[in-house]
Write a protein that binds this ligand. Structure first.
Ligand code: PLP
Length: 383
């Protein structure tokens, strides 16, 4: 069975974990989390990384802290119509205005023309892009408009570990970025997430938010305790926080997984490249593959007849499939009745993805040969 995903945590990781557990180590957040954060920062090319319990809480913390930089009105946050629910939920929970952009068939990320227009009109304060399925969602046009208008750029890289925009890895291009280490992602820590940034103040605020708002998490601990001498410095709460901490177990697995990450990305990319070379023209093949770190293989037919053919083919081959991420979020019930609206009246490309979008798994359990077989079967090869 060609599954949607297979765990990247192997038997060797579990054996090593069991052996380490027998030594009676500290399990709550400590040295191993710190070490994995440093290794992640070095791999990604950023100054600071903060590990948390999931990609979703990474999004929440990042959006909450970034929103603190917008003064005088609830932030207006621009997002993609095709992303995961928890890219948008944080802004909804925090009372932001959410502006939804249609997507580009080349990147499955926000449409460049819409985003540049919205930025130049001063319509949004924060642009939270998603690098969907490991494709680079950014364009030089979007980056220039962000710069020109002083808008905060955040990147949801939960499906895009190692994706590049030009020479830089995505996740290094804005004020902050998020990654998920859930099952089926390029790297798994059971559950887990990371927030990366080059902004030390941002990193400080994120560490406080991750751990109850306690001053001892801050690099400014000495000055904060001096300024609040009436409170025990060990239990000094300096900002509103929650508990988004990971455990040492997650970091133990993360450090081990990081060693094989580049190799796994290369395999994913070889599968995706071959599939797109060999797939018939009646499925979308116009993706900009440059810089990708493929998460899954999208099989999006151009019309209803093609979609039926895709379903028949993957059914016959026994391949597991699912919609493209969450379809068009504007058609999901959780956004109804909230301050979430499209930038333009309609989102036709996202609607097409919603109605025709199917993806099959990619990962270390998929080979170039399997990708080729699927492409040929879609093209009519019944051998
Ligand atoms: C684009 C995107 N953002 C956020 C998340 C949330 O990550 P997690 O499952 O670790 O909460 C996911 C999960 O797959 C995702 O695909």
């Amino acid at each position: 069975m060609w599954q949607l995903a297979r765990d990247t945590i192997g038997q060797d990781d579990l054996d090593a974990l069991a052996e380490w557990l027998r030594t009676g180590p500290r399990l709550t957040q400590g040295e191993l989390v710190r070490r994995f954060e440093q290794e992640w920062s070095a791999w990604l090319g950023v100054e600071e990384s903060i590990m948390v319990g999931s990609g979703s809480v990474a999004n929440f913390a990042l959006v909450a802290v970034a929103a603190g930089r917008i003064r005088g009105r609830p932030p207006r946050v621009g997002v993609s119509a095709v992303t995961w629910s928890t890219n948008v939920s944080p802004s909804m929970l925090l009372g932001h205005e959410v502006v939804v952009f249609d997507v580009s068939p080349e990147t499955l990320g926000v449409d460049e023309e819409q985003v540049v227009a919205a930025l130049d009109e001063g319509r949004i304060d924060i642009l939270f892009v998603t690098h969907l399925l490991g494709l680079d969602a950014l364009t030089d046009g979007i980056l220039q408009a962000v710069e020109r208008n002083g808008v905060i750029l955040l990147e949801d890289c939960c499906e895009a570990h190692g994706t590049r925009h030009g020479a830089a890895k995505v996740g290094t291009l804005g004020l902050g970025s998020t990654f998920s280490f859930y099952f089926g992602h390029h790297l798994s820590t059971i559950e887990g997430g990371m927030i990366s940034t080059n902004d030390p103040e941002m990193a400080d605020e994120l560490r406080l938010m991750r751990a109850h708002g306690l001053a001892r998490e801050s690099s400014r601990f000495d000055s904060l305790s001096k300024a609040n001498s009436g409170v025990d410095p060990r239990f000094l709460f300096v900002s509103p926080g929650l508990n988004f901490r990971p455990t040492e177990l997650n970091a133990f697995l993360g450090s081990r997984q990081l060693a094989g990450l580049d190799e796994r990305i290369a395999q994913r990319n070889a599968n995706m490249a071959r599939f797109m070379e060999e797939a018939p023209d009646w499925v979308w093949r116009e993706y900009r593959l440059e810089g990708m770190s493929s998460f899954a293989l999208p099989v999006i037919a151009r019309d209803q007849e093609g979609t039926a053919r895709v379903r028949e083919t993957i059914g016959r081959l026994g391949i597991e499939s699912r919609p493209v991420v969450a379809g068009n979020l504007l058609r999901q019930p959780f956004v109804q009745g909230h301050d979430v609206a499209p930038y333009r009246e309609t989102t036709p490309v996202a609607d097409h993805v919603h109605d025709h979008g199917i993806y099959v798994g990619n990962g270390h359990h998929v080979t170039v040969g399997m990708a080729e077989t699927l492409a040929h079967a879609l093209g009519g090869d019944t051998t």
